[in-house]
Design a protein around this ligand. Structure first.
Ligand code: TRP
Length: 339
């Protein structure tokens, strides 16, 4: 246990998770968990979700259970991984306060991920202060567990850079190596992202182009049949394009029979293969992958109290670790006056 690498990762609970999350991170986390080489901690980052949803806490509260169900459904195993809820770990808030004192407002405003999100979310002049500082709270999440490995998408790299800066500052200023610098653990190039059903580069709830892990069989089939292919491929006999054709992008990701996919691609490019055929094959492939996940999800769904018990136990375990780190930071700063 002592020499195991420590993973901390997580998601904001703002809705159910989709197959983009599955391909981009969940699958990877399950693999890391099952490798037995890591102490795996997975956080449902409800505080972070509230930074731009303070007026709609119900959405976050409901999503908490949905995300937990998605985790359990894909094979995150509470016997092997700790699933924790950010808002239940008090120490994170105090760590955030200490870190805020060594980060400049300017540095926060230059964080590329935050900059992009501020534009996307159309805050205008009203960026919530809590939103602006969420990278600092994320640094608290990571460092509280002394995580050295953070499996996330490429878009989170600026968060890790900011975290490493904070670690170096805290260790430097207070003259003790209390905190650990984390490394990102990214999916192989080109593997982490799956386009939306409409061909948009990103699968996202706001674009309404997702297949959810909780979708039933009919819904998945309807969605697959509606997918974007090659707009110029009108008659079956026409040669079609494979590149940028979402159905083939998905087949590349999900189909195990690579020879068959290569064959279909060749036929499609040559002409004589209709969209309905490739969609039917993709539907088969996706249904096979998603059915066991959905079935496990439905089992856990029958017992929401059991799921909350898992989250409570994980949060209690995580609190002990985070409290220990906070105590070390307080020691380093010299504010454990009454110890
Ligand atoms: N920022 C992540 C997201 O947008 C969620 C998150 C919060 C996280 N704390 C984290 C990810 C710590 C990795 C490590 O979904």
């Amino acid at each position: 246990m002592a020499d195991k690498k420590v993973i901390l990762t997580g998601d904001r609970p703002t809705g159910k998770l989709h197959i983009g999350h599955y391909v981009g991170s969940l699958k990877n986390r399950v693999q890391l968990q099952n490798s037995g080489e890591y102490d795996t901690n997975i956080m449902i980052a409800d505080m972070q979700a509230l930074t731009d949803n303070a007026r709609d806490p119900e959405k976050i509260r409901n999503s908490l259970l949905q995300v937990a169900l998605d985790y359990l459904a894909v094979g995150i195993d509470p016997e092997k991984s700790t699933i924790l809820v950010q808002s239940q770990i008090d120490a994170l808030n105090e760590l955030t306060m200490h870190y805020l004192n060594i980060v400049s407002v300017n540095r926060l405003m230059r964080n590329p991920t935050v900059k992009t999100e501020i534009q996307q979310k159309k805050f205008g002049e009203s960026v919530p202060a809590g939103f602006l500082i969420y990278p600092v709270s994320q640094a608290a999440d990571i460092t509280a567990f002394k995580a050295d490995t953070v499996p996330v998408g490429e878009d989170q790299e600026p968060m890790l850079e900011q975290t490493r800066e904070i670690v170096r500052s805290i260790n430097g200023i207070y003259g003790k190596d209390v905190l650990v610098e984390p490394e990102g653990y990214f999916p192989p190039k080109g593997m982490g992202r799956i386009p939306g059903l409409d061909g948009n580069a990103k699968m996202s709830k706001s674009l309404n182009n997702c297949i959810y892990l909780s979708d039933d069989e009919d819904t998945i089939q309807k969605k697959v049949m509606s997918m974007y292919t090659d707009p110029n491929h009108i008659h079956v006999e026409d040669p079609g394009k494979v590149e940028g054709n979402t159905v083939f992008t998905y087949l590349d990701i999900f189909a195990e029979d690579k020879a068959k996919v290569a064959d279909l691609k060749a036929q499609y490019e040559h002409g004589g293969l209709g969209d309905v055929k490739i969609k039917r094959y993709l539907n088969e492939v996706l249904q096979a992958e998603l059915a066991p996940i959905r079935e496990r999800r439905m089992e856990f769904e029958k017992d929401p109290q059991g799921v909350y018990d898992i989250l409570k136990a994980g949060s209690e375990k995580a609190s002990k670790v985070a409290n220990q780190t906070l105590d070390e930071v307080r020691d380093a700063i010299g504010i454990n006056y009454f110890k």
